[in-house]
Write a protein that binds this ligand. Structure first.
Ligand code: AMP
Length: 282
């Protein structure tokens, strides 16, 4: 595995493989890798000739009061894990390498951002779309792998790829969970012990809502209230949102039908956790 820190070298390596007609699988991450990331990487490994993983904590997608500085980082550990997954290239640029000056162009996301994390994190998805546009131009991937844990991100990237005509296949990957159901996240290490014990209620509440739907509940308001009550009664977390929307267009639903997402964000003392389930009603 080769570790590359400059855009120029990364792009030149990719171009060599492209000239030979090789497929490129790309997994963008912010590092502090866990089994969720490794699942994306191993899927990329199976489906492509060349696998590139990027590790970049992108300042553009963090708000001024968010956790950019406390976001967990451990490059040596990440390098060993990536090597274990037979990654070909680990792209690890500095902030100065990615943004040597104030960008003269930024990507602004117009749709699918007035809900969920877009509402509570203004500018977040512009930061994501801007860095992914840069990374797509650097990696020229055949396939790009994104986790459904960040379901709104998948929806935004889906729009970015189709609106900007990137010749990239978007591959969404199922959420990987701890044994107790908590969605794996680099941020979980910043939960206090007591919060870590409470956090599985997030997924349990989503499963309870799913069961209610299976039993015939079709009113989204009843379901969101049910989820909110469960989370507030069994944790100290403060609910940021509980929303039920169509997927991938993220429009409000009057009743439970079609392809939809139930998504939750809960703030604990140092961490904000997100989770979701997607449901298809035929
Ligand atoms: P991050 O490093 O948090 O930006 O995540 C990098 C990629 O891994 C994103 O596409 C995430 O959606 C994905 N990812 C993170 N956690 C999980 C998980 N528990 N299951 C599946 N994918 C995940």
């Amino acid at each position: 595995m080769k570790v590359i820190t400059t855009i120029n070298e990364m792009q030149n390596e990719i171009l060599k493989h492209k000239e030979l007609g090789m497929s490129i699988g790309f997994v963008p991450t912010m590092g502090f890798l866990h089994e969720g990331h490794l699942t994306l990487i191993s899927k990329a490994r199976k489906e492509n000739d060349v696998v590139v993983v990027s590790i970049f904590v992108n300042p553009l997608q963090f708000g001024p009061k968010e956790d950019f500085s406390t976001y967990p980082r451990d490059f040596d550990r990440d390098r060993a894990l990536a090597e274990g997954e037979k990654v070909d290239y680990l792209f690890y640029p500095s902030v100065e390498e990615m943004y040597p000056r104030e960008p003269s162009v930024k990507v602004m996301v117009q749709e699918r951002t007035d809900v969920l994390c877009g509402k509570s994190r203004p500018g977040h998805f512009d930061g994501v779309a801007t860095v992914i546009t840069k990374l797509f131009h650097i990696m020229m991937p055949t396939r790009a792998y994104f986790g459904k844990k960040d379901a709104q991100q998948v929806a935004v990237i889906d729009g970015l790829i189709s609106d900007f005509n990137f010749p990239v296949h978007l591959i969404p990957v199922d959420i990987v969970r701890e044994k107790d159901g908590l969605a794996k996240s680099s941020r979980n290490v910043n939960l206090l012990a007591e919060e870590r014990e409470q956090a599985p209620i997030i997924y349990k509440s989503l499963q309870t809502a799913k069961k209610a739907i299976d039993d015939g509940e079709i009113n989204p308001a009843v379901l969101t209230t049910m989820i909110k009550e469960l989370i507030t009664s069994e944790s100290n977390g403060e609910i940021d949102y509980v929303e039920i929307l169509s997927y991938p267009f993220l429009k409000p639903l009057e009743k439970i039908e079609g392809s939809l997402i139930i998504a939750v964000a809960v703030k604990f003392s140092k961490v904000r956790l997100i989770d979701n389930i997607m449901i298809q009603i035929d």
